[in-house]
Structure formats: structure tokens, C-alpha cells
Design a protein around this ligand. Structure first.
Ligand code: 5AD
Length: 475
């Protein structure tokens, strides 16, 4: 049977899509290759939120095609995902040797296209929008002819037994932040029904999954048009409650939310629902009201700080992380200083700092005053210094304390050890073994590595037990 290698460049959403595509290929009798060299078909699933992921994937593809040509391997190559969606047929034109381009609405057709290529019934395929014509001609379907109901077609995956799993709850985004390419690569918001999501989550838990992360581009907007507010609780909180009720589930997370989605109902849910971990991601993007407006973010610095305050009141010790963009067009030194002061004021546990990258057909790419790279680089470094200093101090504050981790398996950094995550999503490495996998374990933090904690199991074998009194759950 032909083997396929699927590699992901980019975000969790893409990781999740790659899992679903892999499951589809396996269900159709293909095997998953261990690496690019041994695969009959190589698929790169690529994010286009920032230019870096695109460039990496393009470079990788170029070199794979080069090697395959030289060694006459006869391998087939394809791009999946956001970049495939936004660049479409242009990719085939620019890259001789590329065989397949599949957009974000068309993952469910991956196996069909792969088989057609391998059988020789299709030569080169672009599938980025609704069907028209035959498969063996190159079709230029421009971005996003939306298919109603497509979210249903993307599920459900048959992922291998694992401790922590993603469940896709929605696709697309209607926020239209001026820097962001997602509305054109993923389209309008479409939410899956609550029952369908709960059924998928329940099946995962029955297979041993202990932690579920609800996944979407803007999860806090989940189901707004589909479900009425009930007792002051919006659709997203109703969904959280329904998944939270699944017996055997230990932890519930979600990503990525929008700050404006942290209404009173969600903030209160953190205090009320014990499986909802104390970890909130609130992508702020900038500390300057002027830039927040230009970015079309829908909140002010003051409102943002108020939400953080409310979260910390509802759930003391909650971990707070963020995304920040430096060098948005027209960002002045004063705007940047506002971002620095916001970072200091909040004290984020973690912040992902991105250099602004102009994306095609986004309003920000057409703004005047695009900043020189050198300015962006310099601000990026300054901000990282502040972010890291705050984040590292938070790690050091944990030394000597006992935290609850969910053990995921052998450590990715040190195969001789095991690792798990705290409820606040920090990785803890400890001396464990296979019997710890999937267990909730109390560990005492001994020391700090580079964004990692090293722990010693304080109480072993707490399978499924609630955290002991010694544990501070909010870590
Ligand atoms: N340039 C830089 N960063 C971006 N992001 C989204 N679009 C861009 C862009 N054009 C960042 C935002 C977002 C994260 C997923 O990626 O910070 O929250």
C-alpha cells in the first residue's frame, strides 16, 4: 500500500487538520510513512498567518522536489491548508514537480486526490473550492467558494490512543482583524452542533483521552448565530458545560479565544467548572488604543486590563498568556511603549511575540508607514526581553511548590524521563515510567530549565483522584 508522509508547518489548527487527513488516509488503506524519504506521497500542511511558515514550507518543498527529481523516486508532492487555499493554482505554476494543492475546505477529498495521482488518472490537481469540471485538469478556483456545512465533513478523526486531544468546534473567523489572512483562508465562521462535538469528545474519552482542547480560530464566538443565550450563558459556555459533564474527562482547555469573548459567563465558568483549567489565552496584539483600533480588535487597553482583573478575581492564580504583534504599520515609539507597559502591568505567564508580516489582500498590508525590518527587529528584541524576564520569574516562583500534572508520556526533550503539563500548561519533566502515563500526579518542583520545570513525584499513583490539598490547582 502506498505510504504518505504528512508534515505540518504552523498552528494547532493545522496540526489538528493533519491528524484528520492522516486518519482519512489510514482509513482508506494507506500507511503513514515515518519520514519524507520513504514516503510515496509527501503532503505539507501549511499555515499562512505569517510569512515565515510559508517560506519554510516552500523551501522544504523545493528541496524535496529537487532530491526526488535527481534520484528519480517518482514521489508525489502536495500542499494542504491555508497557504494552499490562498495561493491555489499559482503554486503549481511556480513549482514544477508539485502535484497537488488542497485548500482548507477540501481536506475530506485528500484521499481521493492522492489515489487519483498515484493511479495516473489525475496529473496535477488544485482543489481549493467547490467542485467544477474534472480532476485531471488544473483548475483555478479562487479563494473560498464556501461550502455550507463543511465543518461536518472535516470530522471525526480516528486519532491513535492519546492522553490529550483536540476537538475542532468551528471553522473560520468573522472578526476581520486588519493584519490577518484567516478570513480569506478559512472563510466565515461555521460552528459544529453541540451534540456532535460532545459525541466526538465522549468517544475520545472512552478511548483513554483525559484532556480535551476545544479548537477553532475564534472559539469564543462559537455558536453565536445557532444557539440563544440561556440563563445569561452564551453558546460557548453552554458547549463547555456539555463537554465538562463527560465522565472520565479530567481537563478541559480551549484555543484560540478573542479577549472580547471573555464575558461574565465565561469568566464565571472558570470559578465554577473544576475541569476547566486555570489558563486563559488573551491575544492582546498591542497595548496602544490607536493601534488596537487600526487593527480592528474591538477592545481598548482599559477593557483588556479589566478582563484580566475579572479573571484573576474569579480564579486567583489563573495563568494568562497572550499574542503580541510588533511593527504593525505606523507603530510609533509611543505606541510600542504602551505595549511594553501593558506587558509589565499584566505580568503574562507566557507571551508569543510576532514580527508584523504583511499578508496578501489584508487591509494592513495596504496601509502607509510599513516599518523598516530593522525597527521591527529591534522592538521585537526589546519586547522579548521584557516578556521573558516576567515569564521566567513566574517559573522560578514555582520552585518548592507542589503542582498537579497530567502525564503525557516520555519527555520530548529527554527520552529517559517523563513529562506532563500543569493545569496552567507548563511542562514538567520528572523521573517517571509507563505506568504514569495518563495519570494525574502531584509533583514537587525542584528546579527550572529553559521554559521547563523539573519535578519530583510527591504523591504517586493518584489515578483520576482530585488534586490533593497540598497541590495548588492554579499552577
Ligand atoms: N503578522 C504577524 N503576526 C500575525 N498574527 C496574525 N497575523 C499576523 C501578521 N500578519 C499573529 C497574531 C495572532 C497569532 C496567531 O499570529 O498575534 O494572534
Amino acid at each position: 500500500m502506498p505510504s504518505v508522509y504528512v508534515k505540518t508547518y504552523g498552528c494547532q489548527m493545522n496540526e489538528r487538520d493533519s491528524e484528520a487527513v492522516s486518519a482519512q488516509l489510514v482509513a482508506r488503506g494507506h500507511t503513514l510513512a515515518a519520514n519524507e524519504q520513504t514516503a510515496d506521497v509527501v503532503l505539507l500542511n501549511t499555515c499562512s498567518v505569517r510569512d515565515l511558515a510559508e517560506q519554510k514550507a516552500l523551501g522544504k518543498m523545493q528541496s524535496l522536489i529537487g532530491v526526488a527529481k535527481k534520484q528519480k523516486t517518482g514521489q508525489k508532492f502536495g500542499f494542504l491548508g491555508c497557504m494552499a487555499q490562498s495561493r491555489g493554482a499559482e503554486l503549481l505554476e511556480q513549482m514544477p514537480g508539485l502535484d497537488l494543492v488542497i485548500g482548507t475546505q477540501k481536506f475530506h477529498r485528500t484521499a481521493d486526490h492522492v489515489e487519483a495521482l498515484l493511479a495516473g488518472t489525475a496529473r496535477r490537481v488544485v482543489d481549493t473550492a467547490e467542485e467544477a469540471g474534472s480532476q485531471n485538469t488544473i483548475r483555478e478556483h479562487l479563494v473560498l467558494a464556501e461550502t455550507p456545512g463543511t465543518p461536518g465533513e472535516i470530522r471525526p478523526p480516528s486519532v491513535p490512543a492519546q492522553i490529550s486531544a483536540f476537538v475542532s468546534i468551528m471553522q473560520g473567523c468573522n472578526q476581520h482583524c486588519t493584519f490577518c489572512i484567516v478570513p480569506s483562508t478559512r472563510g466565515e465562521e461555521r460552528s459544529r452542533p453541540i451534540e456532535e462535538i460532545v459525541a466526538e469528545a465522549r468517544a475520545l474519552v472512552a478511548r483513554g483521552v483525559k484532556e480535551i482542547t476545544l479548537l477553532g480560530q475564534i472559539v469564543t464566538s462559537y455558536g453565536k448565530r445557532d444557539y440563544p443565550v440561556v440563563n445569561g450563558r452564551g453558546a460557548f459556555v453552554q458547549l463547555i458545560e456539555a463537554v465538562h459533564a463527560i465522565e472520565g474527562l479530567q481537563r478541559l482547555r480551549f484555543t484560540s479565544p478573542h479577549p472580547k469573548g471573555y464575558g461574565a459567563d465565561l469568566i464565571e465558568a472558570f470559578a465554577r467548572l473544576p475541569k476547566l483549567v486555570e489558563n486563559a489565552h488573551l491575544p492582546v496584539q498591542s497595548g496602544s488604543n490607536r493601534l488596537l483600533k487600526l487593527m480592528h480588535r474591538g477592545y481598548t487597553r482599559e477593557r483588556y486590563l479589566e478582563i484580566i482583573q475579572q479573571l484573576r478575581t474569579s480564579k486567583p492564580g489563573i495563568g494568562v498568556s497572550t499574542d503580541i504583534i510588533v511593527g504593525f504599520p505606523g507603530e510609533t515609539e509611543e505606541d510600542f511603549a504602551e505595549t511594553l507597559s501593558l506587558v509589565e502591568a499584566v505580568g503574562f505567564d507566557m507571551a508569543y511575540v510576532f514580527k508584523y508580516s504583511p499578508r496578501r489582500d489584508t487591509p494592513a498590508a495596504a496601509l502607509p508607514d510599513q516599518l523598516p525590518d530593522a525597527v521591527i527587529e529591534e522592538r521585537h528584541r526589546r519586547l522579548l526581553d521584557v516578556v521573558n524576564a516576567v515569564g521566567i520569574a513566574k517559573f522560578h516562583a514555582l520552585v518548592g511548590r507542589t503542582v498537579q500534572i497530567l502525564v503525557e508520556g516520555p519527555s520530548r526533550r529527554n527520552a529517559a524521563r517523563y513529562e506532563g503539563r500543569t493545569r496552567c500548561n507548563k511542562i514538567v519533566i520528572f523521573d517517571g515510567n509507563e505506568r504514569h502515563r495518563g495519570q494525574l500526579l502531584d509533583v514537587r518542583i525542584e528546579r527550572v530549565g529553559t521554559f521547563t520545570l523539573y519535578g519530583d513525584p510527591a504523591v504517586v499513583g493518584l489515578d483520576n483522584a482530585p488534586p490533593s490539598v497540598a497541590t495548588d490547582p492554579a499552577i
